[in-house]
Write a protein that binds this ligand. Sequence first.
Ligand code: HC1
Ligand code: SF4
Length: 576
Amino acid sequence: MQASINGQSYQFKPGQTILQVAREHDIFIPTLCELNDIDHAPGTCRVCLVEVQADGVPTRYLTACDTPLQEGWQVLTRSAKVQEMRRLQLEMTMADHHQSCSTCKRNGNCELLAVANSVGLTEVRFHYTQGWENDEPVDEGQAIIYDRSRCIRCQRCVAVCRNVQNIDSLELAGWGSTAGIRLKGGSVEPSPCVTCGQCVMVCPTGALSERDQTQEVLDYLADPAITTVFQMAPAIRVGFGEEFGLPPGLNVEGQIIAALRKLGADIILDTNFGADVVIMEEGTELLGRLRQKKSPTFTSCCPAWITFIEKHYPDMRPMLSSTRSPQQTLGVIAKTYLAERRGIEPANMRVVSIMPCTAKKEEARRPELGHDGRPDVDVVLTMREFAHLLRREGIDLKHMEPSAYDDPYMSEYSGAGAIFATTGGVMEAALRTMYYVVNGKELEHVEIGQLRGFENVRTAHVNLGGEFGEIKVAMCHGLKGTRELVEEIRAGRMDFDFVEVMACPGGCVDGGGTLRSKKAYLPYALKRRATLYDIDRHTKARQSHNNQQVQRLYAEFLGAPHSEKAHHLLHTSYRD
Ligand code: HC1
Ligand code: SF4
């Protein structure tokens, strides 16, 4: 089939939209609500209007994202009328939007402002002046803030929650200019929401964002009586450089350590250390459960996954590992063992986590994950908040000279701990140690290739040796595939010994607290993953049990995995 765009003739396939054909030929048409990576083209923002002329039909103005191109059409993407209509459309959207850009979380990288700029908007004549706050209550969840006054009704969040995560927690509510996005049930608790943050990742404005806790951290740093302890999650070092213009996937661990020192952090630790401890506990737990023929065991490090089970499949709770996540493990060990070793009063210690995750904020606030009446982790910053914090303090990561950890107790990590952040990583880390425990020798090939695919649900048979022989394992990332797998297991149609789940598609490297990309959904997953594997390859110890600081922790403080002390500090239970 043949049609023309801007006077140039192009071939196209039946069913292709005007936007698809234009993009195929590198012809720019501005879009706002549309997001190709999640197959979302509702045509609601009308920014992609084009002029269409066809024989025998009056000139029409159609949305390019959802209009199939037809034989013989002549499409104009930048006629004077088209440009004027786009500007008017944008002006209407801006008028129906809380334009308090100076206090908005998206200040500096808002897609709405970028599109307004690209269509040449120079004036907004209409302003919604009645009290937004009264008309549109802001839903302040513990982790995510839903601010309808900034919603432009693109419905990307609805699409990602429904089609990618299969949670279906969001709906468009209200009429006319007061319409906007809302959680079903009115707030997080009664809604099916698991705070995975995928909706935040695709929101083009500041309507969806995390609860900003950067001020709390600055307050800790300013208080001389407080010892600030920072931890960075495995995913942070491979996904943070982009914010400062460094190549996607680059390992910026050293620059982050330097930036934290400049910020005034007292102690800098690595969540990877916590991950190694988790493997010691979870691996031991799993072997015990295998002996008792209790299968499957599900991993427990991903808090959105935990909430998913608690809210959606509570009957499956006994299958969750009782081991706390690496974040919480590190927090509690810092406030006990480290505080003791370094002579710090735990009440004066604040643990701040830098996480690629929104759900970790909820996790840290769980009362069951506290100790002596205090939370084990005081504040969780998403990667976006951490970038904001550095900017507030005038720190540019790009100009940081890489530095190294200096804490002798809790900053060493193994390659196994490093790969936690990618799908299949926890499984691989656990198997490396379990194999050693069962056979008394290391796996010959520590890189277990059969666990390293990228499909949303993967299964494998792994030879654990000894009394266990071959075990069946599964790994899921993204909740849509996870739900399907859980349904199969629940119905008895599939069975596994060990199942790893990460709620975010791609795993933590693409978590709901990572940097947002304009017009793209999770574009760097594989680059970040490749760097994690590279870190693993170049780490001295590649198994958690060979981490010398972990060995010392057990020798001097915990005793053995699953000792009474370890059980008290490092395990948890789940909510009814
Ligand atoms: Fe994750 Fe984990 S890997 S959950 O994805 O088990 O967030 O990075 O910190 O706790 O270690 C996140 C990442 C992270 C925990 C670890
Ligand atoms: Fe849906 Fe996750 Fe957003 Fe909750 S946080 S509304 S589950 S996408």
